[in-house]
Design a protein around this ligand. Structure first.
Ligand code: A2P
Length: 278
């Protein structure tokens, strides 16, 4: 209920006063550092699974001019392109201008959503292949949460492997529950058709798979654990989304395996996107 509304007026639900506003439908806090939320999808918004949009909130008034500017950041859309709602997965950056406020949103609140999706983590930017690797750290799993629910991914690849590395076990929970949902949901499990494999690791807390994915690739542990052949440029394709250091290190490994970085304009064997933070 609008706190400013006169008591005689009926409660007003979510009046769209912001430019490009989207109403928040639900919020879930996964750890003290991570949360996800779903918003209404603008009817005109079309996107390819894996793309990102700019979202945010109105900032504080400028102390000199009194003008209020929007505070916007790039966020991967974590829901697939057929979903009627949009999902986002975010870190709570301590003192981050946007996330320190965004983490407090509630159902019925509005966020700003610029409906111009872009990005390179799309199937179109890869050459045809047999096996698709998704390499993520932390909130870098967001674009893959979208892609893992997109039928096109399973039409184009025989095997899809999500590799997710986080510091602690609790930070894997969003991805773990999503995989569990995909595997148990009647429609999603049919779309996935047993092609999706999941290899989570932690680096700072005890877990059944541990270590940086980069180290586990170099040592060959990943291939042994999954019982598969090493990466080869003829059949393997990859998408990478993590922090800058991770992206750089994975790219070097993929290059060593003979894969080349592609783009929308020039599809090749792998594509990379920075996981967006405040
Ligand atoms: P580590 O704990 O060894 O730093 P962050 O929260 O800092 O973004 O990191 C998320 C996860 O990504 C952590 O498990 C972290 O491992 C891992 N990581 C960070 N940098 C790299 C890198 N350059 N190569 C591989 N893994 C990395």
């Amino acid at each position: 209920m609008n706190e400013q509304a006169p008591v005689t007026e009926a409660p007003v639900k979510a009046v769209p006063t912001l430019p490009d506003a989207a109403t928040v439908l639900s919020v879930k806090h996964w750890t003290d550092r991570l949360f996800s939320f779903r918003v209404e999808r603008p009817q005109s918004l079309r996107f390819r699974s894996g793309e990102f949009v700019m979202i945010g909130l109105m900032g504080d008034p400028d102390p000199k001019t009194g003008k209020v500017k929007p505070l916007l950041r790039a966020y991967s859309i974590a829901s697939p392109n057929w979903d009627q709602e949009l999902e986002f997965y975010s870190i709570k950056v301590p003192d981050g201008p946007l996330t320190s406020r965004l983490q407090h949103i509630q159902p019925g609140d509005q966020i700003i959503l610029r409906p111009k999706p872009v990005g390179t983590l799309v199937v179109d930017a890869l050459l045809p292949g047999k096996r698709l690797w998704m390499f993520a750290t932390g909130t870098g799993i967001a674009p893959f949460a979208s892609l893992m629910r997109d039928p096109e991914v399973y039409e184009k690849f025989d095997e899809v492997i999500l590799m997710h590395t986080c510091r602690e076990v609790g930070e894997l929970e969003y991805g773990r529950q999503l995989i569990e949902h995909i595997k148990s949901d009647e429609i999603l499990s049919e779309i996935e058709g047993g092609k999706l494999r999941y290899y989570p690791t932690t680096t700072r807390e005890e877990y059944h798979h541990m270590g940086r994915v980069t180290d586990n690739l170099k040592s060959g542990k990943v291939f042994t654990d999954l019982g598969i052949d090493p990466i080869d440029p003829e059949h393997d394709r990859a998408m990478v989304c993590g922090n800058l250091g991770f992206n750089k290190d994975i790219m070097a490994i993929l290059n060593d395996f003979g894969l080349r970085e592609g783009a929308n304009s020039e599809p090749r064997e792998y594509v990379v996107e920075k996981a967006f933070v405040d």
